[in-house]
Design a protein around this ligand. Structure first.
Ligand code: AKB
Length: 314
């Protein structure tokens, strides 16, 4: 029987992953951990919850011992735009948090999932069909923490045998939980604005193309990688995973097929535009397909239809 700890469980990925894991393994076997305790009505599903700062190694070890944890999904992290505003805090949470989690995984023999990002690439990386193994010279503190995290995870696997696996996520779009301070947040905000006021002021340029993924695929990717046969994995960490790649203009046009009156204006935020310009446009995910059968279910039209249906119902 698995005993799972999800850090960052109240965040964008964490709140949905916790639900999916509880459905699969039983609510009592999935411990949700967040930095701040959410209000009772914000807890999306019944099940154990604890307050945990991943920078506190003693508290982390205590939680793992108390709940007999054998698997960790480590999602606690600052995203790109917020990290650029608070680089020291981003390094502290993203790196010291990860090293504590890796050490705890080594000590308590836990399997570990670590999400990397398209941010782990930089302006010198080939932007189209970005290879699995390529130049990684990110120019953001978030990207630097992600590429360092990828390397640390590989190190803990090769040096100590920790079963740590991970993905490079594109921008994630969810109908349930809002994102928290990323560069790709526009692709979620746009839906709420479309439904509320038929108008959206986009902070990225109309032609900024980025990889994106709908949350149900992101959740499946994490669970499928963690349950994959380890003998088939040549990379283990930092798998490129892609689903769809679009610009704000293309996303707006797809929404307009359902809402012809919807309009977008472009009021570019230079910080987030510079971050987006340093990221690849579309990753090659053939290693994930070959090694553990990765296959996205949602493309742009399917995602837009589902998002509009779900958000309208709220
Ligand atoms: C962000 O925009 O910071 C994240 C990411 C691409 O990792 N969504």
């Amino acid at each position: 029987m698995k005993k799972i700890l999800v850090t960052g469980a109240t965040g964008q990925i964490g709140s949905e992953l916790t639900i999916a894991l509880r459905d699969r393994y039983g609510a009592e076997n999935v411990l949700a951990a967040g930095h701040k305790r959410p209000a009772q009505d914000e807890l999306t599903q019944p099940g154990p919850y604890c307050s945990l700062d991943v920078r506190d190694a003693a508290a982390l070890n205590q939680v793992i011992k108390t709940y007999n944890i054998d698997t960790i999904f480590h999602l606690a992290s600052l995203l790109s735009a917020v990290a650029e505003q608070k680089p020291q805090l981003a390094w502290d949470v993203n790196m010291n948090g990860l090293i504590n989690i890796l050490e705890a995984s080594r000590t308590h023999q836990c399997a570990l999932f670590f999400p990397s990002s398209i941010a782990a690439f930089g302006p010198e990386t080939p932007p189209m069909d970005t290879p699995q193994d390529t130049v990684q010279r990110p120019t953001t503190i978030y990207g630097i923490s992600k590429v360092s995290g990828e390397l640390l995870c590989d190190y803990y696997y090769h040096r100590f045998g920790v079963d740590v696996r991970g993905l490079r996520y594109p921008g994630l779009i969810s109908s349930k939980t809002p994102p928290g301070g990323g560069t790709t947040d526009y692709a979620v905000d746009i839906f709420y604005a479309a439904i509320k006021s038929q108008h959206y002021d986009c902070f990225l340029q109309a032609d900024t193309q980025l990889d994106m993924m709908y949350m149900p695929d992101a959740i499946d990717a994490a669970i499928n990688l963690m349950t994959a046969d380890s003998r088939q994995l040549k990379h283990r960490n930092a798998f490129n995973v892609a689903a769809m790649s679009f610009t704000p203009q293309q996303l707006a046009a797809e929404i307009q097929k359902h809402m012809p009156e919807f309009r977008v204006a472009y009021k570019v935020d230079s910080l987030r535009q510079a971050i987006a310009d340093s990221w690849p446009r579309h990753m090659d995910d053939s290693a994930a397909r070959a090694e553990w059968g990765w296959q996205a279910q949602f493309d742009l039209p399917a995602m837009v239809k589902d998002m509009l249906e779900k958000i309208t119902l709220k």
